[in-house]
Design a protein around this ligand. Structure first.
Ligand code: PGA
Length: 253
């Protein structure tokens, strides 16, 4: 039985004031829903604040990205060790917005995955197809390519200590949530691919759904056998909505 994981991805949002209010409001739901793992991934500049605010609670946190380098002349970047030092458990890698706006290739994503893991962080590997690819029936093919790039570079055993997030690009921020059937189908295929390498890894890895996962759609998605929770953008910025999503995960148990 896999533990559900509900993770917020704040993206480029927040102020000191809103972050304080949001984390304070999430501590209780995270503590109350103890059979579910709850985390928020914050812009790097807010991670220290989240560390203080979440201290002693069940609320975990992570970064939205990580650099491949450990130190040196890489202006603007945050190393995995820096992120780890501030108590992060997770680091998102390969989000479609990073792939699209920062030209992150599968090779770069695999290197980030490895760098995060080497520093003791759990990488949350995002994969997913564009609308065009979805309409062409290529969802599984695209996910397999993106996933294989990381398996080839890091080995299947690396997924003993990683999370996968299936995030169809056409569903991100559009309000067009994938139907539970569509998402389940892709999740099952992801697990099938992993099982070809190692059945035990495949059965244990958490696979999250992301893309307009919200207070209304979360429960039906999380009920699916191969969906182990969600990576939530917009709806994670509103404490009541994110709380409902956390509770939806508990309800599936
Ligand atoms: P969304 O974003 O929930 O706002 O669609 C999800 C994500 O990009 O992780």
């Amino acid at each position: 039985m896999r533990t559900p994981l509900v993770m917020g991805n704040w993206k480029l949002n927040g102020t000191k004031e809103s972050v304080t209010a949001l984390v304070k409001a999430l501590v209780q739901p995270a503590n109350d829903n103890s059979k579910v793992e709850v985390a928020v991934c914050a812009p790097a500049i807010f991670i220290g604040m989240v560390e203080e605010l979440a201290k002693g609670s069940a609320l975990k946190y992570g970064s939205e990205d990580v650099d491949v380098h450990t130190s040196g002349a890489y202006t603007g970047e945050n190393s995995p060790a820096m992120i780890k030092e501030f108590g992060c458990k997770y680091a998102i890698v390969g989000h479609s917005e990073r792939r699209a706006y920062h030209n992150e290739t599968d090779a770069v994503v695999a290197a980030k995955f490895k760098a995060a893991q080497d520093a003791g962080l759990i990488p949350v590997l995002c994969i997913g197809e564009s609308l065009e690819q979805f309409e062409a029936g290529k969802s599984n093919e695209v996910c397999e390519t993106q996933l294989k790039a990381v398996i080839d570079a890091c080995g299947i055993a690396a997924f003993n200590n990683a999370v996968i997030a299936y995030e169809p690009i056409w569903a991100i921020g559009t309000g067009k949530t994938a139907t539970p059937e569509i998402a389940q189908d892709v999740h099952a295929n992801i697990r099938k691919l992993l099982a070809k390498y190692d059945a035990d890894v495949a059965s244990k890895v958490q696979i999250l759904y992301g893309g307009s996962c919200n207070a209304k759609t979360a429960y039906d998605l999380f009920k699916q056998p191969d969906i182990d929770g969600g990576l939530v953008g917009g709806a994670s910025l509103k404490a009541p909505d994110f709380t409902t999503i956390i509770e939806s995960a508990t309800k599936t148990l």
